[in-house]
Structure formats: C-alpha cells, structure tokens
Design a protein around this ligand. Sequence first.
Ligand code: NAD
Length: 461
Amino acid sequence: MVLLKEKLKEIETESIKKEVKVGIIGAGYVGLVTAAGLAYKGYHVLVVEKDKEKLKKIKQGICPFYEPDLQRYLLEGIESGRLSFRENISELVSECRYIFVCVGTPIKDDSTYDMYYLDIVAKEIANNLKNNFKVIIIRSTVPPGTGRWFKKAILRYRRGLTASFEVVSMPEFLREGNAIYDFFNPSRIIIGSDNYDIGKEVSELYSDFGAPILIVSLEEAEIIKLASNAFLAMRISFINSIANLSEVFDSNIENIRLGIGLDPRIGTEFLKAGIGFGGSCLPKDLSALISVFNNYQINPILFEAVKIINDERIDIFINKIKKALWNIKNKILTVWGVSFKANTDDIRESPALKIIPKLVQEGAFINVYDPKGLHNFQNYVQKNYPNFSNSIKLIENIYESTVNSSAILITNDWDEYKRVNYYNIYELMETPIIIDGRNILNPLEMKEIGFEYYSIGNNIR
Ligand code: NAD
C-alpha cells in the first residue's frame, strides 16, 4: 500500500514536471549545465543565449566549452525534445513560469561587480512581461542587494506594470570540471526570497535532489554565496601561508595538512598547498567582497590578507623556478597547465596566465601543454601578448612538450600528468627538473627516476 502511494506520488511529480516550463537566460557554465540537468530531470527547458556563435554550436548539440559529460546531457536533452534554444527572450518570458538568470557578473577595474548584463536582462524581461505570474530566479553570483535592485529595475523599465512577478536569489555552487555531478548531487539548495510561499514553490523544483534546502531572505542567500567562496579562498591562502613555514624547516606540507585535517572540525578538503587559486569565481568574488565591505565601511582586512597571500603565490613560484634553474634566459621551460584547474578548458584567472608572461619577459622560451585549455590560451596570447608569439609554443602532445626542456613546471592538476612515463620524459629533457606547483607527483618516485623535484611547502628533493 505504502509502495503504491509512493509510486502514485512519483507519477504525479513526473507529470507535473512535464507541464512545467523552465527558462534559462545565458548558456555559459552555469546556464547550460542547469538547462541540460533540468531537461534530464523531466522539465521542458527553453534557453536564451545572446552569443550567436555559441548558440549555433549549442543548437547543433555541440558544447561550446569543455565540461565532462555535459555534451552527452546536452544531446540527450535536444533529442528528447525537452531542451531547446532561442536567441530572443520573448518566447521564454511568455511561456515559462520559472526564469533562471545565469548571465555573467564580471568585475570592473575598480573591483566592483559589473551589473551591466543583469540590467539588460531586467530590461528584456520587463519589456516582455504580460499577465502571467513569473518567478525570476537569479543564479548569477551577485553582491547583497542585487535581488532587490533587480526587482526595482524591472518595475522602472515597465512603468505602470500590471503583470506580477517575484525575484528569488538562488546561488549556484557548482564546480567547473565536476559541474554535472554537482548539479545532480548539490551540497545544499539555498533559496532567498521575500515571499516564503514562492521560496517553497521554487524548492519543489529541487525536491528530489536529496539535498538540504534552506529558504532564507534575498540578501541572506546572496551573502551565503559570497561568504562560501571567501571561506574556500581563505582555506587555500591559509595552507599556502603554512607551506611557506614548512619550507623553512624542510618539512612536507602534505604531512602537516593531514595532521591538521584529521581534526573533524577542520578536515583536509580545500587545504592543498600550491600556486594559489584562480578561475572565474574565487578571485573575482573575493575582490568584489572586499569592495562590498569597503562600500559599507566594514573592515575587510581578513579578505584582503587572503587576496594578498594568493597574489604572492605567483612570485614565490617564479623565485622557486629561478632558484632551481640558476638561469632561465634562453632556456626552454615546459608549462603543463593553462586552465585554472583540471577537467576544464576555462583559463579565466588561471595562475599560468601570470606565470608564463613573467618567464618570457626574463628571456625563457615556453612550451605549453594542457589537455583541453590550449585553444583558449592561444586566443588569450594573441589578444594580450601578440609580441610573445615567438617565445610561446603550444604543443598538443605531452611528451613532445618536454623535448630539450630545462624544466617542467606543473601549474594545474590534470590526472594525465600522473600517468605519463617519466622514464621517457627523463630522456627527452635537457635537464630533468620538475617544479610541481600543485603537489600532484610523488617526490620519492620522481627522485628515484633521477629527477630533481621541487614542490610547494616541501623542500625535500
Ligand atoms: P559565462 O560567461 O560562461 O556564461 C554567461 C552567458 O550568458 C554567456 O554565454 C553570455 O553570452 C550569456 N548572456 C549574457 N547576457 C545575456 C542575455 N541578455 N541574454 C542571453 N544570454 C546572455 O558565465 P558562467 O561561468 O556560467 O557564470 C555565470 C554566473 O554564475 C556568474 O555570475 C558566475 O559568477 C556565477 N557562477 C559561476 C560558476 C562557475 O563555476 N562558472 C559557479 C557558480 C556561480
């Protein structure tokens, strides 16, 4: 009897899903994952993307960036007929009760968030609102107060608005490189709303995800997202500071990390020493949080320290390279890793973007290898460092990237680097030196093969 009831409830939920139309604005890492994931869950999803090139690819079922498994879910969604894409927002606004806003919120030169894309979306929604009630769900990362501003902006653009709508803040916590996994297995669902009933309604969309759901105020949701990223950034800067001390005493930071992390109040996650955090979120959101604090005359000293420590990682790594090599002028150095971490082609704020130009300026020739990030890096160099084209060589084969090299510099953490045959690489290099900025290789194994191996927070070589 109980089983029958459960089955009936499941059938009822499934048929409700089929009727619910969800709109997604912006098909980037967050929007496309959300769209493909919700379509897989049974919802009808309509996506609007402004970038014509991107849209063309997506419509053909080609994922415009590398994210493990996303391609498969995208194709499946399109083939099921539940996932479709448009360039124009009007159909989305008229047909979808739930509108997820997933556009970018980059930071400006003054380190405050650029609200330009959100403002445009507010205007576009306002211009297309008719009589049906809409729930607008902001998934972009934003400073506190944005949800309220968004509401106000819509009302301003639509003077004498009769249609009613509610704005909800629902921060996204996915990790690039694990985004599909994170979509289906979220650590928590945070829903910020002034209207509890609407918050509850939105939570129903995620009721079968098995994650804790917290309904809070608009601003609380916005602060939770910024504070979560700041906390993760703080852990990385924390362990990197300790790594500096560890090196002075010829200690191994991995042992220290384990010893700290065995305290259940601390844990070992996000305590990996290295060349610092990058990516499209942590650096941006940390800088923006500092600006928010300054804006409200709150002392941001904790977060400033986190940022300073992270910025210093680049010079610490460069000094390590110079110390290990004595001279880098006219030497070939191999950089493994231009994406900001493994399993993504996203190079935004990747430490390698700062490290490589500094080495070139000192006269080194750089062979660059990355399993997925080379294309984006090539565009980046052409745009920002056109004069460096003779000094930077992009190589698509990991072994080839080490030929006649004076050192391998590991700047992100793809698994592939652990699987290569280091005996072969030893033979290919001019001087077998590895400087591991992500502590991913085994120091003793490297030493046994004959490498001089340097890592972070670990003077053992
Ligand atoms: P992204 O730059 O990859 O994607 C944003 C997309 O929105 C782009 O394709 C852009 O063309 C499109 N767009 C902009 N204005 C539009 C409009 N008016 N109509 C339709 N499309 C429009 O950005 P992202 O990495 O997906 O991040 C989106 C937001 O989510 C940001 O605020 C980011 O901070 C936040 N976030 C990102 C991640 C992540 O890992 N990437 C994780 C959590 C939160």
